[in-house]
Design a protein around this ligand. Structure first.
Ligand SMILES: Cc1cc2nc3c(=O)[nH]c(=O)nc-3n(C[C@H](O)[C@H](O)[C@H](O)COP(=O)(O)OP(=O)(O)OC[C@H]3O[C@@H](n4cnc5c(N)ncnc54)[C@H](O)[C@@H]3O)c2cc1C
Length: 283
């Protein structure tokens, strides 16, 4: 028997799942169709090497997300109701150099400055000033990150009108390396600064802003290492499994679908998911 939904989301990665939950909370019925045998996408934990050793596939730390109202205000009750927990170790990152020296970045800004001072007093002071400068704009930037952006031309018009806006536009256009070099002089500090941040080529123009925001944001909101996964809502009644022909290939396969419960008691809960095994024919 076929069932219709208000929304069908292709792909059960965290973005699809979070969007599904918000839609469910808004009263929509949602079906998430996932081609793999497990939902989660890049945020899955899997035994990729030796049995018993579990790895984060593509999700070591949920850093930028810590500033998102999803977590800050626990809008989907992932923490309060579903057991999501984050740990924020004092030591955020550390770099080991060939000569045996190390440079540690702590959640605490002053401790980080002390660690940098081992290599350069001037860079320690620069790091302090850099962070305080970004802190002044951080609330505005966070608001911009998690709201619908204005058009590029409108955004440029607004930013052009203030010195802060002009400086941000300059940062956006630069490479992380050029920006780092404006602030820091010691090679180890410069290397550590970019190696510990975005997984992008720091010499590419346009990477400056990633550098600009990530460490100040980590000092303010923490690293965000997930401690345990959220469990499915035990009060939800899963919808009846439906036959899946989600992906266009032949053979018998197992497909998972994530169904939002239609009951209003679960409107604010993540959808529950069920497994269906189906025989799919070619095409
Ligand atoms: C090596 C690596 C490390 C990373 N580390 C971090 C980190 O530490 N912290 C961090 O915040 N981010 C990290 N990221 C980025 C993060 O993993 C991604 O931003 C995130 O997984 C994107 O989520 P998503 O839901 O958009 O897509 P995905 O997680 O890719 O999920 C997409 C889902 O859609 C499914 N799908 C695709 N096509 C179809 C289809 N046609 N039909 C049905 N299902 C389909 C896929 O199977 C998958 O489950 C890392 C990325 C990489 C590559």
């Amino acid at each position: 028997m076929s069932k219709t939904y208000d929304i069908v989301i292709a792909g059960g990665g965290h973005n699809g799942l979070v969007a599904a939950c918000y839609l469910a909370k808004a009263g929509q019925s949602v079906c998430v169709v996932e081609k793999n045998d497990k939902v989660g996408g890049g945020v899955m934990t899997r035994e990729l090497t030796v049995p018993g050793f579990k790895h984060d596939v593509c999700s070591v730390a949920h850093t930028l997300l810590q500033a998102n109202p999803l977590l800050r205000n626990d809008e989907l009750e992932l923490k309060a109701k579903f057991g999501l927990k984050y740990i924020n170790p004092d030591k955020m990152t550390a770099i080991f150099y060939d000569d045996g020296s190390t440079l540690e970045f702590y959640t605490d800004l002053e401790r980080t400055c002390q660690a940098i001072a081992k290599f350069s007093e001037r860079d320690a002071e620069a790091y302090r000033r850099f962070n305080h400068q970004v802190f002044q704009n951080l609330d505005m930037l966070v608001m911009g990150m998690f709201n619908t952006p204005p058009s590029a031309s409108h955004q440029a018009l607004i930013m052009e009108q203030s010195q802060v806006g002009q400086e941000l536009m300059r940062t956006q256009a630069m490479s992380a390396w050029d920006y780092i070099s404006e602030w820091f002089e010691n090679d180890k500090v410069k290397i550590a600064r970019y190696a510990s941040e975005a997984m992008m080529n720091p010499f590419d123009n346009g990477t400056g802003f990633g550098f600009y925001i990530i460490l100040p944001l980590m000092h303010r909101y923490g690293v965000g290492i997930a401690r345990r996964k959220a469990s499915a809502c035990s009060t939800c009644t899963p919808s009846a499994p439906t036959t899946s022909r989600a992906a266009p290939s032949a053979g018998t396969r197992s497909a998972k679908r994530w169904h939002t419960p239609s009951s209003t008691t679960c409107a604010s809960s993540p959808p529950t998911w069920t497994t269906t095994t189906s025989s799919a024919s070619p095409g």
